[in-house]
Design a protein around this ligand. Structure first.
Ligand SMILES: [Zn+2]
Length: 122
C-alpha cells in the first residue's frame, strides 16, 4: 500500500504501517497533552494505542495464517488508523477458505485484551 513504512515481518508476511497511523498517534498525544497537560500522560496514551493496535496485528495475522492453511498466501499486513488490512496475494478465487479465514481472527484479540485493559484503567 502506498505511503506505508515497512516495520517488520511476521511469519514471513511483511508488516507495514500507513503514514496516517503516525498522524493518528500524534493526534492522540496532542489531545492527551491538551486535556491533561502532561507529557507522561500523552506517552501513556500513545503506548496504549500501540498495544491496542498490536491486537489488530494479531487479528490480521489470524486471517493471514488461516488463509495460508488453505494455500492462500498473504501479500502483506498494513496498519491504518481505522484498523488493519491483510491483503491476499493474487491467485485462485477464495471459495471454501473464505469463511474459515473470516471466522478465525475475532478470537485472537480477546485472548490478549486482558493484558491491555489494566493500562487503560491506570
Ligand atoms: Zn478481520
Amino acid at each position: 500500500m502506498k505511503w506505508s513504512l515497512r516495520v517488520g515481518r511476521l511469519f514471513g508476511i511483511p508488516l507495514y504501517v500507513h503514514f496516517t497511523f503516525f498522524l493518528f498517534l500524534m493526534w492522540v498525544a496532542a489531545e492527551s497533552w491538551r486535556m491533561g497537560g502532561s507529557t507522561g500522560g500523552a506517552l501513556v496514551e500513545v503506548l496504549f494505542m500501540c498495544a491496542l493496535f498490536g491486537c489488530v496485528v494479531l487479528h490480521e495475522l489470524g486471517h493471514a495464517l488461516t488463509a495460508r492453511r488453505y494455500g492462500i498466501a498473504t501479500r502483506d499486513i498494513t496498519l491504518l488508523p481505522i484498523g488493519g488490512v491483510a491483503r491476499p496475494s493474487p491467485g485462485p478465487p477464495l471459495t471454501f477458505s473464505l469463511p474459515a479465514s473470516s471466522c478465525s481472527s475475532p478470537s485472537s484479540p480477546r485472548a490478549f485484551s486482558p493484558s491491555v485493559m489494566p493500562a487503560w484503567k491506570a
